[in-house]
Write a protein that binds this ligand. Structure first.
Ligand code: NDP
Length: 322
């Protein structure tokens, strides 16, 4: 089968198309014929070596497709079932593996491409807004990269929770998308320091929570945007990892809370996986949540998909099609 494999960490050119043996499902695993792969920023961290994986590896945790084979001990699933996962193994390929207990059934009427576009970033937005800092009417939240894959979904979900959303975006075009998704205010954070604007927009108080996926370049500004006892949810490093800092900073800036969550810990049980994915598909069917697919790349152009994502050209989801 065809797969994109990384033998040495580096730039996008580290992704090379290869003919490799089809993976065999082990105990508790299924083999999936991949219809669409969801590109996620984490794959750029893995490719560069910021997050270390054993070499060589085939990236790709998020994909949707149909079950081709069941490993030993798998029950409740059948060959031909339409499934998606955000915890798959070797997704940049024609065939990939997934733990059976991390599969989600794709409802009839939902295209596999749409499922691959929604699941990982949607469940991320869900846990951020419902569990990490549960949003309620009256809250003000700041969302960085508000027109990104996670961003556009988080803006919609935060708005639906009744929160006022201030979106940070990199361009006018992205500002329009964030506004359409439900952001009451948008700030072009490349053009002006955003913390004073957040303060002005909140009558001097500051935001209750900042959901920050940008990392190094926004960390200080995010802390400075918070109200006393507000929470910084640092959930990504698109501009690089946050440098080391002293916890005393949190007291000096208003007894702030800082957390660095990751999706795996928020879909650790079958109940949480079913809750979050179920909500997403329900909202999708009701039309209250929309997924913007920015563009699709064929598998052999996965390196170009990475280039587009890392150069901030994309707004919404990027799909890779094997
Ligand atoms: P996005 O679609 O949001 O793309 C990244 C965006 O970050 C860019 O479009 C850009 O938006 C912004 N950005 C700001 N500075 C930079 C920079 N220096 N280089 C590149 N981009 C920059 O990606 P995803 O939705 O896939 O992921 C968003 C973030 O969320 C990532 O950091 C990812 O790791 C994280 N994440 C974390 C999860 C978790 O559970 N912890 C789960 C899923 C994602 P703009 O032009 O508007 O500034």
């Amino acid at each position: 089968m065809r797969a994109m494999r990384v033998h040495a960490t580096g730039g996008p050119e580290a992704l090379g198309l290869e003919e490799v043996p089809a993976p065999t499902p082990g105990p508790g695993q299924v083999q999936v014929r991949v219809a669409a792969i969801g590109l996620n920023y984490i794959e750029t961290y893995q490719r560069t070596g910021l997050y270390r994986l054993d070499l060589p590896f085939i990236p790709g945790a998020e994909f949707a497709g149909t079950i081709e084979a069941l490993g030993p001990g798998v029950s409740g699933w059948a060959v031909g079932d339409r499934v998606a996962t955000a915890a798959g193994i070797g997704g940049y390929a024609e065939l990939a593996l997934a733990p059976a207990d991390k599969l989600v059934r794709v409802p009839d009427g939902v295209a596999l491409k749409l499922a691959a576009a929604l699941l990982l970033q949607g469940m991320t937005a869900h846990y951020l807004a419902y569990s990490t800092f549960p949003l309620k009417p009256g809250h003000t939240c700041v969302v960085t990269a508000a027109a990104g894959g996670v961003g556009l979904l988080l803006v919609q979900i935060a708005r639906a929770c009744g929160a006022q959303v201030i979106g940070l975006v990199g361009s006018e075009a992205k500002a329009a998308l964030a506004r359409d998704a439900g952001a009451a205010e948008v700030i072009l954070y490349m053009r002006e320091p955003f913390a004073p604007r957040v303060r002005a927009l909140t009558g001097g108080r500051g935001a209750d929570v900042v959901y920050d996926s940008v990392g190094a370049s926004t960390f200080e500004g995010s802390l400075d945007s918070l109200c006393p006892r507000g929470m910084l949810v640092s959930f990504g490093n698109a501009s690089g990892p946050v440098p080391q800092f002293s916890p005393l900073t949190l007291s000096a800036k208003g007894s702030l809370f800082l957390t660095r969550p990751t999706l795996g810990h928020y879909v650790a049980t079958a109940e949480e996986l079913a809750w979050r994915s179920g909500d997403l598909f329900t909202w999708l069917a009701a039309g209250s949540l929309t997924v913007r697919v920015d563009r699709e790349f064929p598998l052999e152009q996965a390196a170009d998909a990475h280039r587009a994502l890392e150069s901030r050209q994309t707004a919404g989801k990027v799909l890779i099609i094997p």
